[in-house]
Design a protein around this ligand. Sequence first.
Ligand code: NAD
Ligand code: TYD
Length: 348
Amino acid sequence: MKKILITGGAGFIGSHVVRRFVNKYPEYQIFNLDALTYAGNLENIKDIEKQPNYTFVKGDIVDEIFINELFSIHNFDGVLHLAAESHVDRSIEDPLAFVKTNVIGTMNLLNAAKNQWKDNFYDKRFYHISTDEVYGSLGVEGLFTETTPYDPNSPYSASKASSDHFVRAYGETYGLPYVLTNCSNNYGSYHFPEKLIPLFINNIINNKPLPVYGDGNYTRDWLFVEDHAIAIDLVFHEGKNHETYNIGGFNEWKNIDLVKLLCQIMDQKLGRPEGSSQSLITYVKDRPGHDLRYAIDATKINKELGWKPSVTFEEGLERTINWYLNNEEWLKNVTSGSYKDYYKKQYS
Ligand code: NAD
Ligand code: TYD
């Protein structure tokens, strides 16, 4: 039985990856390591917590001694590393927290894997999950490819870029068998309501202002989270060692157009008069260093591994909105406590 460590499995994307792996691979023993920060929530994976091939481990990847012990106890065959501080706005407030988790935490995992596997890298794999934000900002044209030079602009993307460099360096220097993916913006269920789509759904439900940064003409490439989990599964099993794959939705939206679409669907779902949600749109001060546009060229993963998004944006958004409307209790739970302080600080 293979032992697979998934980090950050109580977060948004990680919970979808853990669910997929636990259900699809009964022959794997899945260990979900998560510190349960504000973004991590065991409710996100409640449906699989009793499966015999699943173990949850609460712990911090920044704690080197703990990570080394964990590896020596379990001798993992593979690592899927998703644990991270992931929100750009929070990285502007507290960059060091991002260096600790995203850089030092990744280093601890790399060292533990290298030391554990050094005598035999056969059939071992370290999979680092990263973001397209490491490439910086596009102008109105062009797409990010795997060879686009790194040019991060936010403390978040700088910390992710740094961790990507270390992963590649461990591959080149020590021969660590790694794969790395850089993905565009995800959306879907269990997404913490600090990011655009879940934040705005929650605010519409509660008739709160929709804070659009700057003029709203920033562009993101949106991918349904379950399609990202499918891509991660594929790359983990079939990706080539020491290779990077870009993952994207082929689905670019200007923020303001996306927000207007969301408003329209929410009015219909909530039975509110047309235009009610749109009247909540409030243009607010721009995010410092705000990247104008992200867009992924996912040709490589398509050609080499046969992946492409399976869910249209129309269907994905419909499923996402329905999920939030059917899970208002989840939304209420995650927006209590420290969320209120964060919200006040960020938006007042
Ligand atoms: P998230 O913020 O929803 O979840 C992060 C998880 O990591 C949480 O469960 C949290 O408790 C855990 N965590 C944080 N610090 C930790 C630590 N020190 N030790 C152990 N666990 C810790 O993030 P997400 O959106 O699910 O992103 C997952 C990964 O995918 C990240 O590496 C992110 O950079 C990358 N990514 C995200 C997106 C996106 O659109 N969300 C797009 C591309 C790549
Ligand atoms: P976000 O979901 O934070 O993802 P990222 O910054 O990693 O792309 O933001 C998506 C876009 O939405 C980005 O251009 C910033 C913008 N945005 C707002 O206009 N208002 C908000 O309150 C938030 C959170 C984001």
